[in-house]
Design a protein around this ligand. Structure first.
Ligand code: NAP
Length: 420
């Protein structure tokens, strides 16, 4: 049996495992995940009101349930195991660690309370254990910087009414925060033209269907060009006379210059193409300008990704997903890419017997790492669904300790304390 380790259980890691199962009938695959729960960006990036998109988790779950796949949740490579150890224990190792760090604008005022990166904001509304409660209150105006689909997600979550958010897996705390903000305007600001925006037509058009919000483009001269995005924005521009309790304003050709405020954000300053400066008052600003990959032990990213040649970093070390190509593409992009990288792994992995999980299990036991296997994840999953009250499909545990309690790992073989 060839032994393969994958670090990260998001869509990139799970699709890679799925392809490897097909291409390598003699492979055993161990997936290491730093959280006790799998699915990465599907669980913590995809917006909570897009449960249809999140449903891909069922496909990824089937991969984890396969006989030749083992899930090792709550095991962080870098904290509990070293990458170098995995390289010794496995025939091939693949990094599927995503891009967890917000890119920064590096402009004045970025540290002000009220200024957040989209990773911090989407992590918060998706209940990521590393996220912090949003301390900011009294948001009447929000500025969303960036013209990609994450900017649309953020604007939509801020704009939707409580009724529209029903059925999501937003936590009661996040729902309460959203309900108590007196939001009147959301400004989505791009540094380039409308024709250059990276929104997809379906996501953009959804903003035109919201109950209490109305999208609008005040400066219709910004709408040069002829693509699906510009067409949709033109239809928004015709909303000029319509008033709604929340207005979503699109602005183009404005480069962010500074976040202004004394102790907390009060406005964002922009420069237009002709050099003119302008300000948009705001109590909340979210930068949706992409993400960077974090280092993984001795593997260090350059320009936000791990340098690679078609998925290969070096002999027996591979990379997939956003850690490979940067933060672009949709979930199915990972499936196509995984197929290519799996092919490479299947062709290149040498016929050499390494111990794989029989080598890793004693290390985890020695280090007293309480890890979650697939059955433990399913117990967390069931507990989250069971505790969801009216109006939500799931209530996530937002603390690792609560996840481990629900996983009952103390009673399973995966916890060394139970076997001691
Ligand atoms: P994105 O599509 O790359 O958009 C990033 C935006 O940030 C661009 O408008 C970019 O402008 C702008 N930007 C970058 N650096 C900037 C700077 N220094 N100052 C001002 N603006 C800056 O990235 P994303 O929205 O984070 O999305 C990531 C990926 O996830 C995308 O492939 C997206 O389609 C996907 N996604 C899909 C969905 C969905 O299908 N529902 C939902 C969410 C995300 P420039 O174009 O000028 O660089």
């Amino acid at each position: 049996m060839k032994q393969i380790a994958i670090i990260g259980s998001g869509p990139a890691g799970c699709y890679l495992a799925d392809c490897l199962l097909r291409l390598m009938p003699d492979a055993s695959i161990d997936i290491f995940e730093r959280l006790p729960v799998p699915f990465g960006l599907v669980r913590y990036g995809v917006a909570p009101d897009h449960q249809g998109t999140k449903a891909v988790a069922r496909v990824l779950d089937r991969v984890l349930s396969r006989d030749r796949v083992s899930f090792f949740g709550n095991v962080e490579v870098g904290r509990d195991l070293k990458l170098e150890e995995l390289m010794l224990l496995y025939d091939a190792v693949a990094l599927a660690t995503g891009a967890a760090r917000d890119r920064r604008l590096n402009i004045a005022g970025e540290e002000l309370p009220g200024v957040l990166g989209s990773g911090a904001f989407t992590g918060w509304y998706n209940g990521h254990p590393d996220s912090h409660p949003l301390a900011i209150q009294g948001v009447r105006s929000a500025v969303v910087i960036g013209n990609g689909n994450v900017a649309i997600d953020v604007a939509r979550i801020l704009a939707k009414s409580a009724t529209e958010l029903a059925g999501s897996d937003l936590s009661p705390e996040v729902t309460a925060w959203l309900e108590t903000q007196p939001i009147e305007s959301i400004h989505v600001v791009g540094r380039r033209s409308a024709a250059d925006a990276k929104f997809t037509p379906h996501e953009l058009a959804e903003l035109g269907t919201l109950q209490r919000a109305c999208p609008m483009v005040q400066d219709s001269t910004a709408l040069a060009g002829n693509n699906g995005i510009v067409e949709t924005l033109r239809s928004f521009a015709q909303n000029k006379s319509r008033r709604a309790s929340v207005m979503i304003y699109f602005h183009f050709n404005l480069t962010p210059i500074a976040f202004l405020g004394n102790g907390r954000l009060s406005a964002v300053q922009f420069r237009s193409a002709d050099g003119a400066l302008s300000e948009i008052p705001a109590q909340l600003a979210i930068t949706c300008i992409g993400y960077e990959t974090r280092p993984c032990c001795t593997a260090t990213p350059a320009n936000g990704v791990f340098a690679n040649e078609e998925g290969k970093i070096k002999d027996r070390l591979y990379v997939v997903g956003w850690a490979k190509r940067g933060p672009s593409g949709t979930i199915p992009t990972n499936r196509t890419e995984a197929q290519q990288v799996a092919q490479k792994i299947a062709e290149e992995v040498p016929d050499r017997v390494r111990p794989g999980r029989t080598g890793v299990l004693p290390l985890l036991a020695q280090r007293q790492i309480c890890w979650t296997d697939y059955a433990a994840w399913r117990r967390i999953d069931a507990a989250e669904v069971a505790r969801a009250g009216d109006g939500r499909c799931r209530e996530k545990f937002t603390a690792v300790t609560k996840m481990l309690e629900a996983a009952q790992v103390g009673q399973s073989l995966s916890c060394p304390s139970a076997t001691a």
